[in-house]
Design a protein around this ligand. Structure first.
Ligand SMILES: [Zn+2]
Length: 119
């Protein structure tokens, strides 16, 4: 009996999920690729907005896979709802609100999604 119990315990120990720490290089690669894809989206947007959207989608997917957050600079130029690349004056409206709850509102003109940034 005792031996069986010991064996079971050993098996349990083996079955335990191992924790793999995130590798730095994976994050760096993901960031580089995201950066590249978003800059491509920016350059292509004027001629082919749909292609820009697909680039943004791929970039966001890479970020999710590597669990890397989108850099702040790019976060404000991407619509989280419809994944389109946002350019003010073309498909992005920016409005300011003053007062006690002052903020900036970004409205995507493709899907109507809104983002608010508190100041
Ligand atoms: Zn949108």
């Amino acid at each position: 009996m005792n031996e069986k119990i010991v064996r079971r315990k050993k098996r349990k120990k083996l079955k335990k999920k191992r924790f793999f720490p995130k590798k730095k290089s994976v994050e760096d690669l993901a960031l580089q690729r995201m950066e590249y894809l978003f800059s491509l989206a920016k350059s292509v947007f004027k001629e082919e907005p749909n292609l820009a959207r697909s680039y943004v989608e791929i970039g966001l997917k890479i970020g999710m896979k590597a669990r890397v957050s989108v850099p702040v600079y790019w976060r404000r130029q991407i619509c989280r709802k419809c994944k389109s690349f946002l350019v003010p004056g073309i498909n992005l409206r920016i409005r300011l609100r003053s007062g006690p709850r002052s903020h900036v509102t970004y409205t995507c003109m493709e899907c109507g999604g809104k983002k608010r940034f508190h100041i």
